[in-house]
Design a protein around this ligand. Structure first.
Ligand code: ZN
Length: 419
């Protein structure tokens, strides 16, 4: 018997052996992993595989987790006594070993292992940046085939750990991240590989939930507050779901951490919707023109997991959460402050999280003695480049209007090149 099943958040129906599914009754509800063991167990295994609350059976490849530590520099700077940082990136002298420099590596590791164990032969992945690098790297390391689709506008900020000839990568020339998802779905049909499913994929959310797993294991209890920058919101939903498991366990506290989530202004659809306590995003807030004005393209999805049952709206409601809009200048200031106080360079999205932390303290939403967990979703890129070569991403270009026949021809060419 498997150590987990998958249950609809809305009607409670339990599904066995479902892959990237929605409930047949409730099309707008996420499925959530139910682990038979409601108590957290930590084994002797290495890295992230020592936790029992992951939807995998026999992982073989090593996968380091986040570096979780109690902050001194930044904590003092913002005036907190119990600030913990979950650093997801590369800084080996401090014990951070993610060469992809992003927490998306956990998502990729769990999704690929779960897909392999679900007898999938390959996956199609759509990404605005970091997810692409994480999947490309683990596909190259483990030999599990993936095809990656990205928007052209994100190429400038993208990099791989491998030459892009090793991983088939397509760039949508005339669209954004949302268009890339549409093209990825078309390719999935043509190639017969499943689309990785976005927020629907339980392995993705449980993988991102590793940040909460590792942090609670380190702190010994649930934090009072959890801070993160959000694009699709999948990571925040994963953190909330993992926190719910800890509450059910009973040994780590009875209250869910308050979610403090940030987006980069002016593209901040979830910030505006939550201000109105609306479950629906306003189409005016999804204007692609705003995306060109933000410094963090990785947070630019127009399809966030906000309205869906069990998504960001419900996570904010359940935790009495707050949303923050962050100006570009405050993103840069956040990056600079982290570098000065903690000694590691961080990615712009993580700069959004630092800005949220400062704003939360300033408005009194966080008290001096509260236990606060700051999720630094990416960092250490400058440090990594001292140790190893990185590559720019050189894709095959594709149009969002592309036909199935064109996709077939292109894939033939691209797959031949990378094999
Ligand atoms: Zn249902």
């Amino acid at each position: 018997m498997s150590h987990f099943s998958i249950q609809c958040r809305n009607c409670g129906k339990v599904l066995e052996n479902a892959y990237c599914a929605f409930c047949e009754h409730c099309k707008d509800s996420l499925l959530v992993t139910q682990y038979r063991d409601s108590r957290l167990a930590i084994s002797e295994a290495e890295g992230v595989w020592r936790f029992n609350w992951l939807p995998v059976h026999e992982p073989k490849d090593t996968q380091p987790g986040p570096l979780v530590y109690r902050s001194e520099g930044l904590a003092q700077r913002v005036g907190l006594e119990n600030l913990y940082i979950a650093f997801n990136g590369y800084c080996p002298e401090k014990g951070a070993f993610l060469e992809t420099c992003t927490f998306k590596e956990f998502e990729a590791a769990i999704v690929l292992q779960n897909a392999r164990e679900s007898s999938m032969e390959g996956l199609i992945v759509a990404s605005a940046g970091n997810t692409a690098r994480a999947f490309a790297h683990l596909s190259a390391l483990t030999g599990f085939p993936v095809v990656i689709v990205v928007p052209r506008m994100c190429l400038m900020e993208m990099w791989y750990l491998e030459s892009s000839s090793a991983v088939p990568t397509l760039a949508v020339g005339d669209g954004d991240y949302a268009d890339s998802i549409d093209v990825a779905k078309k390719i999935a049909v043509t190639l017969g590989f499943p689309f990785e499913g976005g927020v629907k994929n339980i392995a993705k959310r449980d993988g991102l939930g590793i940040v909460m797993l590792e942090s609670v294991a380190k702190i010994g209890k649930l934090p009072d507050h959890y801070i993160q920058a959000v694009g699709s919101g999948t990571g925040a939903v994963g953190a909330w779901e993992m926190a719910e498991r800890f509450v059910k366990d009973g040994r780590y506290g009875t209250r869910l951490p308050v979610l403090h989530l940030g987006q980069n202004l002016p593209f901040a659809p979830m910030v505006h919707a939550w201000q109105k306590r609306s479950r629906t995003l306003d189409p005016a807030d999804l204007n692609p023109e705003y995306i060109s004005q933000i410094t963090t393209r990785v947070l630019s999805t127009r399809y966030p997991a906000y309205s869906v049952k069990g998504g960001v709206f419900d996570a904010l409601t359940a935790t009495a959460g707050l949303m923050y809009g962050v100006e570009n200048d405050d993103v840069y200031a956040g990056m600079e402050m982290f570098l000065r106080t903690e000694g590691i360079d961080i990615a712009p999205a993580a700069g959004v999280a630092v800005a949220v932390l400062r704003a939360a303290v300033k408005r009194g939403a966080v008290n001096t003695k509260d236990t606060v967990l700051l999720n630094i979703t990416g960092g250490g890129e400058a440090r990594l480049r001292q140790d190893r070569k990185t590559y720019s991403v050189i894709p095959q270009f594709i149009s969002k209007k592309t036909t199935e026949k064109e996709i077939e021809e292109l894939l033939c060419h691209v797959l031949k090149k990378s094999s």
